[in-house]
Design a protein around this ligand. Sequence first.
Ligand SMILES: [Zn+2]
Length: 301
Amino acid sequence: MNTSHAEGTLNLLTGRYLAYRDASEFLNDRLEPTEPTLFEYLRRSFDIPSHQVLLVNGEDRPQEEFFTFGAGDHFGVDYRSEMLSLHRYKLYRTRMQLAEGRLDEAALQAVAEERAGLLTKDPRGATPDPSPEVEAFWARWRQDFGDDGLRNPRGDRLLTELSVRALRELQPRFLMVNYQDPDYVHWGNPSHYTRAIAIIDEGLQRLVAAADADPFYRDNTVFVITPDCGRDANPLAEVPFQHHFNSRSAHETWAVIFGPGIGKGTVDRPVDQSAIAPTIAAAMGFSANRAEGGAIEGAFL
Ligand SMILES: [Zn+2]
């Protein structure tokens, strides 16, 4: 089993291993799911609009921008999630700037080139336009943070900001946040890893506090926190906390699950990463019936 981020994310989203293929002959780091994602299972089971099933993604996970629905004839684009990310905001902003035409000619040309570059990032060329609700979300974001990209938070703090605003403005039933910053440890500095974890901790505190303060979410929201891969534990490695050396610890992850209906205590035996999807499905009252296994035994009250 590979321990790359995209593959781990797809294991979590589909409840299966190896449920993907190359999305493009030209971009060999682009995978697309070949099995239905949790987004599709959920929206097929319940009448939930796309803006209430959200994936929040960062700029260092470009290929995960397109994990909003699987290829193949199981479910597909009609049951996709929508995406909140800086990439999507830039698509919105450049479209608005070109339509408004308030910039001078050189600036408009630069915006047109920026937009053309953004559009080449989708290997499938199959990204539907955002729903009116998400359009309105971006209009408010633009009002608050402007066009220059200098005022909004960066990195994982940006993902927290997008998520907290989404809880308030879009009321998602399912929100997946792809925190990414601990991976800056690939640059070689261990403190990149530990500092980034502290920032995710702050983000989780904000998210849990936002849910607790909102009657829409209070007492009916389950949180699942889990990494897409483990980390190498070799203390002699020159660059620590990597995940591409096939070490045992890079294959081992953990999950913290809490909320109504979830049992207290520890499941102290090996559980597959592919069990996360059916566990989320069981907590939400639908079935991920193409997943490899069932929900984690002992996770529920
Ligand atoms: Zn990495």
